[in-house]
Each structure stands twice: as C-alpha cells, then as structure tokens.
Design a protein around this ligand. Structure first.
Ligand code: 5GP
Ligand code: MN
Length: 323
C-alpha cells in the first residue's frame, strides 16, 4: 500500500489479505510508513508490518525477498512507497497491482486497474466476487473483512458524496452489508474518534489559517512544522482538513501546504471539471485523481506557496468555468 496509508489503502489491503489467507496462503501486509491512529481498529492491523520502523525493516525485506507474489494495492507508482519502492522494484516475485489512480506505471505483471472505481476496496470486492462467482456475499465475506472494505469505500467517496459514487458503489456496499456489520459504528470509529487536540487544531486552522481568493475560487491553508508541533499533531491529524476549504461558497479548489520533515506535502481537492491532478503533476511532482490529488516540494514552504500563487492565473479560466 502507499505511504501514509489511508482507510482505502489499509482497508483494501487487509480485506484482500484476509481473503487470500482464507484460501490457504501465507500473507504479510506491509505499510511503508506509520498510519493514523483512527485506523488501528481495522481487523488484522496488529499483523501489519511497518517498513519505516527500524525494528521491522529487516523482517519486511525478508518477506519481500522470499515472496512468491507481491500485491500492490492503492498505488500505481513505486515512488508512492517511499524507501520501500526500491525493495519492491528489485524483488524477484511477480507483482499484481490493484488500483484506481490515474497514469499507472507498468511495473506489475497483472493489473487490476480501473480509474472508474471509487476505491481500491471496491476493486477488491469485485475481484473476490468474480473469483467466488455464484456464492452469496455472506458466504464469501466475514464481518471484519466487510468492515475493512466498507471503510475504504466510505472514506474514498467522502461518505458517499463525491462524484465517484456510482450505482456500482451502492450495490457493492449493499452486498457487503448483508454480512451484518454495523456501518454506523465504522463511521463513528473513523470520523468521530479524534483526540480533542485534533478538533482544537482544526479550530485554529479554520479561524487563523484559511485564506480564500475569491477571484480564483480557491481556498488554501499553510501549516508550518512549528504549528504542527504546537498542537502535537501527528500525520493523521491533518488528514481531511483540506476538504473544509471546499465548504466555502463559490470555492472550487482547496489546497493545503504542510511543512514536515524537511519537505512540503501538498493536498489538493477540487469539484466538477477542474482537475487538481494536472496542477499537482505539472508543478508539484504529484498526481492522484481529478478531484483529489497530492504532491510535494523540496523548496521552502514560502517558495512552494509562491509557486502555487504564481501559477493560479494560468488556471483562472478553468476555475471560473466550473459549474
Ligand atoms: P492526500 O491529499 O489525501 O494525501 O492525497 C489525495 C490523493 O492524491 C490520493 O489519491 C493520493 O494517492 C494522491 N497523492 C497524494 N500525494 C501524492 C504524490 O505525492 N504523488 C502522487 N502521484 N499522488 C499523490
Ligand atoms: Mn484509494
């Protein structure tokens, strides 16, 4: 799964691992980096190895070197694995990609790749259904597995409200719900499970750091390392905050710049026809989806924001023409 894994990266990987395990395979789930605290409850999480942890790196390397198959979920560029990318690239085992991001690299022998899928978890659902054709969901998926896949689909669709929601998404979710899990609990565990500091941090960002440029229908926020420290913010605590920019009337693009560990991580969100992926890939070595992308910069946070502001005029027509 990709670095800084979200609920789709983790949920799809754990769901797929659970299926393969049931089929008698010996499966190890590896994350390149640590993950947000509100995802710790996902079933199987206690078995996930974190490559970045020095105490687990050797084990991760051995598992990858000895593997007969490497499944790559929720990413399609090896750079998304951080330092783990090279290890996967050099591994002898064939790779299988399950992903829904645009512009994939071709490192995998098999690609289950569909940008029309709302979530990688939706692709895992479909794949498992195809492999167990004729069997009802209840006999294929157990509750923990269904919860993992539901968590991925729920978060990648913004709780079933983004433009990626299709009848297939609701049909998949309805089928998973036949296992009998409590979907309200999944929402609560992910969205209503924040430390008080996260809400206080959000209050600070919204009241002090949100800048709106009405002429470009754009909102943006800049957070320095010092501010993150002050609010004791871990990587999970900034997750999702960029979306608040889109709640401002008439705004169609929101950006968040986060200074962390000597680089600037940027998140972009947009609505309708405006593609933040083009902006992220052209100017910020990034990519993702049309309406949700990310990128990074090794320049200072001020220089990075200055670049952003300097390219905005070239996107003015596209921003103004969003319905
Ligand atoms: P987020 O803003 O939540 O980190 O990322 C939003 C989307 O953009 C996700 O689908 C994520 O996979 C993608 N993304 C984030 N950062 C990068 C990046 O540095 N490179 C690429 N290619 N995609 C990214
Ligand atoms: Mn995803």
């Amino acid at each position: 799964m990709h670095r800084d894994p979200d609920a789709d990266a983790l949920g799809s990987s754990l769901g797929w691992a659970s299926y393969l395990t049931k089929k008698g395979h010996d499966v190890t789930v590896i994350s390149p980096t640590e993950y947000a605290a509100n995802l710790r409850w996902l079933a199987g999480m206690d078995q996930v190895l974190v490559f970045e942890k020095s105490s687990q790196q050797g084990q991760c390397r051995r598992k990858i070197e000895q593997a007969t198959l490497i499944c790559c979920l929720d990413f399609s560029a090896l750079s998304r694995l951080k330092d783990l990318g090279k290890v996967v690239q050099d591994a002898a085992a064939p790779k299988m990609m399950i992903d829904h991001h645009l512009e994939p690299e071709h490192f995998a022998k098999w690609m289950i790749w569909d940008t029309n899928a709302a979530a990688t978890a939706q692709l895992v659902y479909s794949l498992v259904k195809e492999m167990e054709v004729g069997l009802p969901a209840k006999e294929i998926f157990d509750i923990p597995m269904a919860e993992c896949l539901y968590a991925g689909i729920m978060t990648d669709t913004g709780s079933f409200r983004h433009a990626n929601v299709t009848p297939e998404v609701h049909l998949a979710v309805a089928d998973l719900m036949l296992t009998g899990f409590d979907c309200s609990r999944v929402h609560r565990l992910i969205y209503d499970n924040a430390p008080l500091s996260r809400l206080q941090f959000l209050g600070y960002v919204l009241s002090q750091k949100l800048i709106v440029l009405p002429q470009y229908r754009t909102a943006y926020m800049v957070l320095t390392e010092a501010e993150l420290h002050k609010f004791n913010s871990s990587s999970g605590e900034t997750e999702g905050i960029v979306n608040y920019g889109l709640q401002v009337e008439n705004v169609v693009m929101s950006a968040m710049f986060i200074e962390r560990k000597g680089e600037v991580k940027i998140s972009f969100r947009s609505v309708g026809s405006f593609s933040v992926r083009d902006l992220a890939s052209t100017h910020f070595s990034g990519g993702g989806h049309k309406n949700a992308s990310g990128g990074r910069s090794e320049h200072s946070v001020n220089e990075t924001v200055a670049t952003f502001l300097s390219v905005l005029p070239s996107y003015e027509q596209d921003l103004l023409s969003v319905d």
